[in-house]
Design a protein around this ligand. Structure first.
Ligand code: XMP
Length: 529
């Protein structure tokens, strides 16, 4: 395991991902972690970037015991400056913040020593991504300069004899073209980590762990949405404890067209998961009727979901108790609640909070556990999304589902920009379905991270035959993104857009105009609400 100490950089989670892409398990912890409290023996330590300056009064610093661990250390950006700060180098503010591409010239010793190991075989020049306001003005004693740029004379350092390295650039972002290889050199060649983090190994271990946690009796309930995470979590539970796992799907009336039916078929019929679909669409839609405010929409959906789920769970619990009383069941009582929490959520809760503010709150199924006397089971909490997808493929979940775009908990409610009515939901469902169908037909679905239609609350003039029309507008959104923190709009071939527009205006009553959203994130967000 590689220990990554997070100083609050927006890229810290990417360092973890890159290590795992080399099949090396890496775990992120806040930079304030005391080394004596780390409950595993790391084979290497990576210090992340940070929005702070090392010499500021309140800036975070690493436990100096990290330098006594005797394992390799790699400092990235602030991490490099932190190494310099601890080992008597000098850090100063740049005249202006450096942000963007830079070319690093690599200085090799060529004597086969550990100094060259970080950039071994990576050529003499490297295109990298910089994002820093401070840089080294003098390296610490006993360090060799292994890379420089036009503006940074000490862009990369290596200790003369110990496996301590520091780099000013960010190898974890894809803009650093050979960055992943730099991380590979560190974790594989320098730390000598074994490549034993694979989903094949994970399945076996996780099923055994679930069986051990749940014991020979005891049931688990969990919500499924038709999304990748909950489907993979449900299938994993099913593999581990069979029908002692009960999945519940709540139809909230703002799902995509025919969603509930399709999820039922796939999860229950194809994958054999013990599933109950609750059609609560009338209850949700009556509570949402006429609501325009996005936060209120989210709140209503979140709270109603909890009401419906708890009611359904109570029924399953009562039936289980009844079976117990009759001495018939070997399945036991409902003791656990499954949640499809992923590693980024875990990171979000443990990472060191820099001054970067939260931009938009996501109100999902947070409150479920408050009233329920259930223990939480989270089989995916160590995994990134791409790992969940790989796991899904190994669990024989159909490819179209594994590759599915994310769909927000509040569903179409946050894509109807005006007040919600049943008619508005129907219009959006139809437009969205045509849009996605055409994207699939054009073979573009997997190139896009997320695509959806948005129903605008404005009317525009149109013409049909000899008649003027006065109808609503559909906005199409499609983005490419690695992690949805940033996103860029997708460049469609014109004829695909033409076909989509023509089908929507022809087939969806109430729509006479289609627009395409060409905003990136930032400054826009992916969703419109
Ligand atoms: P934004 O709009 O924040 O979206 O750029 C980033 C990702 O988050 C999803 N999203 C949500 N997911 N509940 C969810 O479950 C929400 O309230 C919510 N709002 C945004 C969005 O679909 C995108 O994938």
């Amino acid at each position: 395991t590689v220990l990554i100490l997070d100083f609050g950089s927006q890229y810290s989670h990417l360092i973890t991902r890159r290590c795992r892409e080399h099949n090396v398990y890496a775990e992120l912890m806040p930079c304030t972690t005391q080394i004596k409290d780390v409950n595993f023996k790391p084979k290497g330590v990576i210090l992340s970037g940070s929005p702070y300056s090392v010499y500021d009064k309140d800036s975070p610093h690493v436990d100096p015991a990290v330098f006594d661990l005797g394992v390799p250390i790699l400092g990235i950006c602030y991490g490099l400056q932190e190494i310099a700060w601890n080992l008597k180098g000098e850090v100063t503010k740049c005249d202006h913040r450096e942000y963007g591409f830079a070319e690093v010239t690599i200085n090799k010793l060529g004597d086969g020593s550990s100094v060259d190991a970080l950039f071994e075989g990576l050529g003499d020049e490297m295109q990298v991504w910089m994002s820093h306001g401070d840089q080294l003005s003098a390296p610490p004693p006993d360090f060799h300069v292994i890379g420089h740029t036009n503006t940074a004379p000490y862009a990369a350092l290596a200790h003369n004899t110990k496996p301590i390295y520091g780099i000013q650039f960010h190898p974890e972002v894809t803009h650093s073209l050979r960055g992943k290889e730099v991380i590979g050199r560190f974790v594989l060649n320098i730390c000598k980590c074994r490549k034993n983090w694979t989903m094949e190994e994970f399945i076996g271990k996780e099923i055994a762990r679930i069986r051990e946690i749940c014991g020979p009796r005891g049931r688990v309930i969990g919500a499924v949405s038709g999304g990748v995470d909950s489907t993979v979590a449900a299938k994993l539970m099913h593999e581990a404890i069979g029908d002692r796992f009960h999945a519940i799907m709540v139809d909230n009336g703002v799902l995509r067209l025919n969603e509930a039916k399709q999820v039922n078929e796939m999860l229950n019929k194809d994958l054999g998961v013990n599933l109950t679909v609750v059609d609560a669409s009338s209850l949700f839609l009556s509570r949402l009727e006429g609501i325009e405010d996005p936060e209120q929409k989210r709140k209503i959906i979140g709270n109603t979901f909890i009401n419906v789920f708890e009611e359904e769970a109570a029924k399953i619990e009562a039936a289980a108790d009844e079976e117990e009383r009759q001495g018939a069941a070997a399945k036991g009582r409902v003791e656990w609640l499954l949640q499809g929490t992923l590693y980024p959520d875990v990171i979000e809760s443990i990472s060191f909070k820099g001054p970067s503010a939260t931009i938009k709150t996501h109100h999902n199924v947070g409150g479920l556990l408050k009233d329920m006397k259930l223990k939480l089971i989270e089989p995916l909490r160590e995994l990134f999304k791409d790992e969940v997808r790989a796991l899904g493929r190994l669990l024989s979940i159909p490819a179209p589902l594994v590759q599915r775009h994310p769909f927000p908990g509040p569903g179409l409610a946050i894509r109807i920009l005006g007040p919600i009515t049943r008619d508005q939901v129907k219009i959006l469902q139809q437009a969205d379905s045509i849009y996605i169908e055409e994207i699939r037909k054009a073979g573009l679905y997997d190139e896009i991270a997320q695509a959806f239609a948005v129903l605008l609350p404005v009317k525009a003039v149109g013409v049909m035959g000899d008649q003027r029309t006065y109808e609503q507008v559909i906005a199409l959104r499609a983005v490419q993104s690695e992690d949805f923190m940033t996103a860029d709009w997708y460049v469609f071939p014109a004829e695909v857009l033409r076909r989509i527009s023509s089908r929507i205006t022809n087939e969806v009553a109430g729509i006479n105009r289609v627009t395409y959203d060409i905003s990136s994130k930032p400054p826009a967000t992916v969703e419109w609400l």
